[in-house]
Write a protein that binds this ligand. Structure first.
Ligand SMILES: [Zn+2]
Length: 342
């Protein structure tokens, strides 16, 4: 069984090389010129957007006083920027198609058709479902621990990883919330929030994987393990947001952190006698395959369903099984500890 995880590991590692040209579209000078022009004039070719209608001193042309404040102006600029980017992308893609080029990504995403103002409806729907599954998993974990399993005399749980999984639940719900937000409206702010919370979640799950697979129960050791990782992830998030939003580099960081935790769980599932280890196997293999979707990125089918949306879809059943494993683990450890205490 352990051989298979190596295959996943190598397949993932070598396809890393293919990710280097992650976002070719937005570095295209013609696209850049188009967006720059559009943000000044509010028009792309003969299409003009009312979101871009500013008077010369930067104050919106109409509307009551409270809508003329900077916040409103910022929203307008965001709307203007997103309209400009969208229409410049559509035009540029048309030109490229005529010239016989394949579609390229813009700002980390394939050129999509908008539906009801949602940029990527499939990804929004799948993100919302992921959020629901995470919420369900977290609530049922809570009910199991505090209402079904025995508690210690001080009302604390026997399970040593309760707090860690609670934080996991919160971070993953946060991450899916911003993912749904970002896929419905792609502006710099929603993009930063989505990427930052995804990186934070991935870094945290790596820490969790180390602590759980090595069975680290001592507080000092837990701090020692997590401190350097927290420092690295924080620096990475600050780098992305305040220095350079580098998609290629971010992708590499995410793949390394993702593969590392998949390997940890895979090796642990191979040697542990845990009664629910088969669930781990399914999640690890499924997670590895799902990660390939994110890496072997293909342009959207029928203009809606791309690899990224499928990747969000695939994590729905995996998250369900994952929480089921966490509940099994809580029950298994609690029962062992209760037996020992007697
Ligand atoms: Zn996404």
């Amino acid at each position: 069984m352990a051989d298979r995880s190596w295959i996943v590991f190598f397949a993932t590692f070598f396809s890393l090389i293919g990710v280097l040209n992650a976002s070719a579209g937005d570095s295209d000078p013609e696209y850049r010129a188009c967006v720059g022009q559009c943000e000044k004039t509010g028009c792309v070719a003969d299409k003009c957007f009312q979101h871009c209608r500013f008077s010369s001193d930067g104050v919106p042309v109409d509307g009551p006083w409270y809508m003329q404040e900077p916040l409103y102006l910022r929203w307008k600029q965001w709307d203007c920027q997103s309209d400009c980017r969208y229409h410049c992308m559509v035009n540029r893609e048309k030109e490229r198609e005529i010239a016989g080029y394949k579609p390229v990504k813009y700002h980390g995403k394939w050129p999509f058709k908008r539906v009801f103002g949602l940029q990527e409806p499939a990804s929004v729907a799948f993100s919302a479902l992921n959020l629901a599954v995470q919420f369900h998993g977290w609530v049922s974990f809570f009910i199991l621990l505090y209402y079904k399993l025995p508690l210690r005399q001080n009302k604390k749980t026997y399970y040593e990883y309760t707090g860690l999984w609670h934080i996991y639940g919160l971070l993953s719900m946060n991450s899916w919330f911003w993912s749904a937000f970002f896929h419905s409206r792609d502006v710099d702010l929603t993009e930063s929030l989505d990427y930052s919370s995804a990186v934070a979640l991935l870094g945290y799950t790596l820490i969790l994987a180390i602590i759980r697979t090595f069975n680290v129960r001592d507080e000092a050791t837990r701090v020692m393990v997590s401190a350097p990782l927290i420092a690295f992830v924080t620096t990475h998030i600050l780098y992305l947001n305040f220095y350079q939003f580098d998609y290629g580099w971010n992708m590499k960081v995410c793949i390394v952190m993702g593969v590392a935790q998949l390997l940890l769980w895979a090796v642990w599932a191979g040697i542990t006698r845990h009664p629910s280890r088969w669930k781990l196997w399914v999640v690890v293999l499924g997670g590895g395959l799902a990660m390939l979707l994110e890496i072997y990125d293909f342009p959207p089918y029928w203009e809606y369903l791309d690899a990224h949306a499928l990747w969000h879809a695939s994590t729905i059943p995996l998250s369900y099984l994952w929480w089921s494993f966490i509940r099994d683990d809580a029950e298994y450890r609690t029962m062992n500890l209760v037996k020992k205490a007697k």
